[in-house]
Write a protein that binds this ligand. Structure first.
Ligand code: SAM
Length: 248
């Protein structure tokens, strides 16, 4: 999705865009924000959308930069967070614009590195990393490729239980995603980058970061299927939750 697409969903964001912080039942994001907060520290919400995580950041950091490519989303965020006076709103396309705000102690980046185009995503990843001060932390949430494949397998299992032959069940559950070798799998019809754990480790290492935590941020099967059957339990679908420290 590009700037115009994000502008278009600004007023229906809550209905259309999956709410990661709300579904983070273990509180991984909140815990990380609290762990990395310290008096006088600064934070950036990179790809802040309509500002779901801004109140939390605002309460724990002296100064917060809310950065997004969509001026419409930023306008909604500013309205919703009008009571928080330590937030600065920055309109920037981080796949091309130079960072127009200072590097901060914490950068929170929840499902922003999604673009299927490597020409957009790589510079966005670079600038996300450069938004972190040396010694500071990046908290990243991204879609997991293994989770997309597991969802395909669950669909296959379900098909078998519904009486399909193994061949039919597999064909019906096929992801049919031409970019899957590069981790591109559609979400709601939009080609979306999904990551491997090892890919994240290598990509962050190459950008001067030491990964401290990488774990599953799990959701219920109702996030993948309408009315999932009762037998469909663990293992659950997930996004990768990462915390990494900038070393150089
Ligand atoms: C899936 S939404 C997530 C929003 C928010 N982090 C949340 O969890 O609710 C992705 C956000 O990233 C922003 N975004 C996408 N590409 C961007 C870019 N190149 N530069 C800055 N923001 C971008 C979009 O405008 C959108 O608000």
């Amino acid at each position: 999705m590009n700037e115009k697409d994000w502008d278009q969903v600004a007023n229906t964001f809550e209905e259309e865009i999956f709410n990661v912080p709300e579904n983070d039942t273990k509180g991984l994001i909140n815990d990380a924000v609290e762990r990395f907060a310290s008096p006088g520290a600064t934070a950036t919400d990179l790809g802040c959308g309509v500002g779901r995580t801004l109140p939390k950041l605002s309460g724990h950091f002296a100064k917060v930069y809310a950065v997004d490519v969509s001026s419409e989303c930023l306008a909604v965020a500013a309205e919703q967070c009008a009571l928080y006076d330590n937030i600065t709103y920055v309109h920037a396309d981080l796949s091309k614009d130079r960072n127009s705000y200072p590097a901060t102690d914490l950068v929170l980046c929840i499902n922003t590195l999604l673009n299927a185009s490597v020409e957009v995503r790589e510079p966005l990843f670079d600038r996300t990393c450069r938004s972190v001060k040396r010694g500071g932390h990046l908290v990243l949430v991204v879609p997991a490729l293994g989770s997309a494949l597991l969802t395909g397998y669950r669909r296959f299992q379900w098909n078998l239980r519904e009486g399909m032959s193994p061949g039919e069940a597999q064909q019906e559950a096929e992801l049919n995603s031409p970019g899957i070798g590069q981790g591109i799998v559609p979400i709601d019809g939009v080609p979306t980058k999904h990551f491997l754990r090892e890919e994240l480790e290598a990509a962050l290492d190459a950008r001067g970061f030491k990964v401290e935590v990488i774990e599953k941020l799990e959701y219920g099967w109702n996030t993948e299927f309408e009315a999932p059957p009762r037998w469909m339990k663990e293992p659950y679908p997930w996004d990768w939750f990462v915390t990494a420290r900038r070393m150089r």
